[in-house]
Design a protein around this ligand. Structure first.
Ligand code: SAM
Length: 587
């Protein structure tokens, strides 16, 4: 067996040098009375079991819990595992560290590695199958635990030893553990340090010493001993989704993964009849200088779409990388701040000189660029078809009144049409995309390039050049001047293409929906039990709609939330109600 991996930063090992898996079983599984605890909860009728961990590291604890859960938990029960990790390891590091348990855990480790998120800060939800979900939170546990919404059954308190990593073992951690626990929630940890015992006891946990693993004398276990209800809410089963674009189909896809019965109602005779029907769509996060709800949302959402790579063929997924030209001072300032603030690993975002950017692009560029190597294009129409492949769909079905449809809950995912059911601060923005045939000059283009518009790398020997942005037009007729405008902006941004004649293959115009503050509106409608919204994704529908779908599923399940609390709040329609109320009070 190779030695256990060691952190040079903390001068400590990830797990016991003697046998990491035996240590996990002793400390975290037996320490939390697993599998007996989940069997007992299952027998009492619970459908979910939630484990939260500090310090994901190599994932060894998670893999061990996953395997044992599959082998011993009631078949109808689901495991939601949440784990915080401030310094995510790379896939290669994880693979090497788990090598000794290849025969026991290899099958599970391969699935983890296939879905392991890119290393960008924030929440990452991975659904492995109908029973196992992981919410991996890349960031400091003390920063993110106040943002977690969950009901935890047991805690795995890992993390390097308190003597070497005192900052992690904080009152913020213990207070939030208490907030997320109910009377009976258990915890276990490898350490028996006095500060940890006292901190947990002060937060309301009953603490007991046990024999530690191997050469360690003591460890501690215990349970939450204060008042705290285990919330039980009734869940809807049949979900009517109004709208068959990206918002609606992504919801159907996610809800199905969680065992709901979604049905799509679509006014037209096909999926993606509106803005989601484009042939080539870029997926990118939306950039902001500072970290906040926007960056948390778009980082998670972008990482999520990248995990769709496993279905590349069905959705024409092509990650050729995207260069965002730094063509003015405003972009220079914004992108520099973003690089400082967003906490993305350098593998996933970098600033390139114009020579480096030109090398990546395959054509001469006149500007420096922000480079996202994992970004690319998807066919939005095919993505909708993929999402909806096992879903019951009613085409040519215009819904005028929700009470005409028999369902337990409703998702309004029909863009501007949702205003028929709810008063929403949304408007349309027309966008025309011009698709040109590949020519000699464009055959060299190897990456997607964004400026005030964009050009994509070749997809089936064609390139999309986009897009116009017209709030004042409400039709989707093709306008020649819009094609001319797209091509003029391209030539201005990339002078090396200035003399080239482009042959237009097709053009497509559609109305996208945007909100007053340009952030999507999604989640449960305030003061309604069973109506949910998924709209206003603007030109980031591919990325934004999937993350929204997970949030809606979480709210319907009453389970672990896949986005920070503050992000869910910023996405909710409630924000506009609050702002109007504030304005009223101030006037
Ligand atoms: N559970 C892990 C496993 O199964 O491989 C081993 C965990 S290792 C002993 C401790 C982990 O805690 C490291 O991956 C480390 O980066 C992480 N960590 C340390 N301080 C942290 C903090 N403040 N917030 C989140 N993670 C932290």
């Amino acid at each position: 067996m190779k030695g256990a991996p060691r952190s040079s930063q903390f001068d400590d090992v990830y797990f016991s040098v003697d046998d990491g898996l035996a240590e996990t079983r002793h400390v975290f599984m037996q320490g939390n009375d697993l599998p007996h605890f989940w069997q007992e909860k299952g027998a009492a009728g619970a459908q979910d079991f939630v484990i939260a961990e500090t310090g994901f590291g190599t994932g060894l604890n998670f893999l061990c819990a996953w395997k044992e859960f599959c082998e011993t938990a009631p078949l109808k029960m689901r495991l939601d595992f949440v784990s915080f990790e401030k310094f995510p390891l790379s896939k290669t590091e994880i693979q090497e560290a788990l090598e000794p348990w290849q025969s026991e855990l290899g099958e599970y480790a391969d699935k983890l590695l296939e879905q392991y998120p890119i290393r960008v800060g924030g929440f990452h939800r991975i659904v492995f199958d109908s029973r196992i979900s992981l919410t991996l939170i890349f960031g400091d546990v003390n920063e993110y635990i106040p943002e977690l919404e969950a009901r935890v059954d047991c805690w795995f308190l890992d993390g390097f030893t308190p003597a070497k990593n005192p900052d992690m073992w904080s009152d913020t951690l213990y207070r939030n553990m208490a907030r997320l626990s109910y009377n009976g929630t258990r915890f276990a940890t490898f350490t028996a340090a006095g500060d940890v015992r006292r901190g947990l006891a002060a937060a309301g946990f009953h603490v007991e010493k046990r024999k530690g693993f191997g050469r360690k004398r003591d460890m501690i276990v215990g349970h939450y001993a204060e008042e705290g209800e285990l919330a039980t809410s009734s869940r809807p089963t049949r979900i009517a989704i109004i709208g068959g674009g990206l918002a609606g189909t992504s919801c159907a896809y996610v809800l199905k993964q969680y065992g709901f019965e979604p049905v799509i109602y679509e006014t037209s005779d096909r999926l993606a009849s509106g803005a989601s029907g484009n042939e080539i769509g870029l997926y990118n996060p939306r950039f902001t200088a500072l970290r906040g709800a926007d960056s948390e949302y778009y980082s998670s959402a972008y990482a999520h779409v990248i995990r769709m790579a496993g279905h590349a063929e069905a959705i024409e997924y092509s990650h050729r990388g995207t260069l965002h030209l730094i063509s003015n001072e405003d972009k220079d300032r914004r992108f520099s701040k973003l690089l400082e603030n967003w906490h993305w690993h350098g593998d996933h975002i970098k600033r390139l000189s114009k020579e480096e950017a030109s090398d990546v692009a395959g054509i001469t560029l006149d500007h420096e660029a922000l480079y996202l190597p994992d970004a690319g294009t998807i066919c939005p129409y095919k993505l909708c078809v993929y999402y909806a492949k096992d879903i019951d769909i009613h085409f040519n079905h215009e819904v005028n009144d929700l009470s005409d449809i028999d369902a337990d809950a409703y998702v309004l995912a029909n863009g501007i049409g949702a205003t028929k059911f709810e008063e929403l601060p949304i408007h349309t923005v027309r966008g025309q995309v011009t698709i040109v045939k590949q020519n000699d000059a464009l055959s060299n283009l190897r990456a997607n390039i964004c400026y005030s518009g964009y050009i994509t790398a070749g997809v089936n020997e064609r390139h999309a050049i986009g897009s116009t942005f017209q709030k004042w037009l409400e039709h989707s007729d093709i306008l020649d001047e819009d094609d001319a405008d797209n091509i003029t902006r391209l030539k201005e941004a990339i002078p090396s293409l200035g003399e080239i004649d482009f042959e237009i293959d097709t053009s497509r115009a559609a109305l996208r929906v945007s909100s007053k503050d340009r952030f999507p509106i999604t989640g449960r409608v305030p003061n309604e039990d069973n109506i949910y919204l998924s709209t206003a994704f603007g030109s980031h529908g591919i990325v934004g709609s999937l993350a929204a779908a997970y949030l809606i599923a979480d709210q319907m399940r009453g389970g672990v939330q896949s986005l920070p609390k503050s992000v869910a709040k910023s996405l909710s329609l409630q924000r506009f109600i609050d702002r109007a109320e504030k304005k009223r009070l101030n006037s």
